[in-house]
Write a protein that binds this ligand. Structure first.
Ligand SMILES: Nc1ncnc2c1ncn2[C@@H]1O[C@H](COP(=O)(O)OP(=O)(O)OP(=O)(O)O)[C@@H](O)[C@H]1O
Ligand SMILES: [Mg+2]
Length: 302
């Protein structure tokens, strides 16, 4: 049937009119009606809003570089199942705070720290640094694949973790799984032995994500992971961040407020080393408590 015929002769006009008008009934409610969502929708809603256990807890964390205070007494907690976006103007301490969560800050000789960071209740300074960095993995602003094959990049962290050198056959399912979770496997399935440096920028960043998540970390730290990428690669990685948070807690530093709004469940706004605001994405963007946050999220300064 053509669209015109449909307009002239819509099928509903063929319906036989009701023979009898149904009787009018009055329903008396003794309590307010409750809207019930279909089961599927309820589950989807719960899944999207639920957060898992607390993974990281920061207690009064301060970081100084010599006499300069870069992070001032920050306390917050980070849960599995959620993406926390760290936002704030340049130099406010986002990278310093992020790098403190897997003890990279301590590699800077002038840096000193006060306060505690707990991973699953354990002080991160009690852990060996390689163990900590496998459990709290990091992805940097510039994709940084190692000058080796795609396979070996992902296998690297797995080999580092095991006592005796595992065979390729043993590693292969884990490498494939990490590449799949990073949304890269389909593009590289036939060329796992190709040099990683021949991949595009967006693919390299997803490879770095695969390398970071291969040892199944509890937390993934990302410092402006899309700032060197084109919009298409950016949207691929944003989608990936949303999927990854099911298995781990994600902390992402971004200058892109629209990105923070799209990917984050919670937002922490920093200014000159202070944690000015911390709350759900809608609280921070729609009803910020501090004037500074309001000015920043509305673009008054940056
Ligand atoms: N290695 C260092 N030595 C001395 N000072 C540092 C060092 N790294 C950072 N700083 C200072 O600490 C403060 C916080 O820097 P940080 O890199 O954490 O800021 P940021 O919020 O990540 O900035 P951006 O958005 O520009 O990346 C800045 O004043 C910076 O100059
Ligand atoms: Mg930074």
């Amino acid at each position: 049937m053509s669209p015109d015929e449909l307009l002239l002769d819509p099928p509903y006009l063929d319906m036989t009119p009701a023979q009898e008008v149904p009787p009018v009934r009055t329903i008396v409610l003794d309590r307010a009606p409750v809207a019930v969502l279909p089961q599927q929708e309820r589950e989807a809603l719960r899944a999207s809003s639920s957060t898992g256990p607390e993974r990281l807890r920061l207690e009064d964390v301060s970081i100084d570089y010599g006499a300069k205070q870069a992070v001032k007494s920050v306390s917050l907690s980070i849960h599995q199942g959620e993406v926390l976006a760290l936002i704030g103007p340049s130099g406010c301490g986002k990278t310093t705070l992020l790098r403190t969560l897997n003890r990279l800050t301590e590699l800077t000789p002038s840096a000193s720290r006060a306060g505690r960071v707990l991973l699953d209740g354990e002080d991160i300074h009690e852990l060996a640094d390689t163990t900590l960095r496998a459990r709290v993995a990091m992805v940097f602003q510039q994709p940084n694949p190692f000058p080796m094959s795609i396979f070996d990049n992902v296998a690297f962290a797995l080999r580092e973790q095991s006592r005796k050198r595992p065979r390729r056959r043993e590693l292969e399912p884990l490498v494939v799984d990490a590449l799949r979770r990073a949304g890269l496997y389909d593009e590289v399935a036939d060329e796992l032995d190709r040099p990683a440096l021949r991949l595009s920028g967006g693919q390299q960043q997803r490879l770095c994500i695969a390398r970071a998540i291969a040892p199944r970390p509890e937390v993934l730290l990302m410092d402006e992971p899309c700032s060197a990428l084109d919009p298409i690669s950016t949207s691929v990685i944003e989608k990936l961040i949303g999927e990854l948070r099911r298995d781990l807690a994600v902390v992402v530093v971004t200058h892109n407020l629209a990105q923070a709004h799209r990917v984050a469940d919670r937002v922490a706004f920093m200014y000159l080393g202070d944690l000015v605001e911390y709350g759900s994405t809608s609280e921070v963007f729609d009803e910020p408590r501090a004037t500074r946050t309001r000015d920043y999220v509305r673009g008054a300064f940056g």
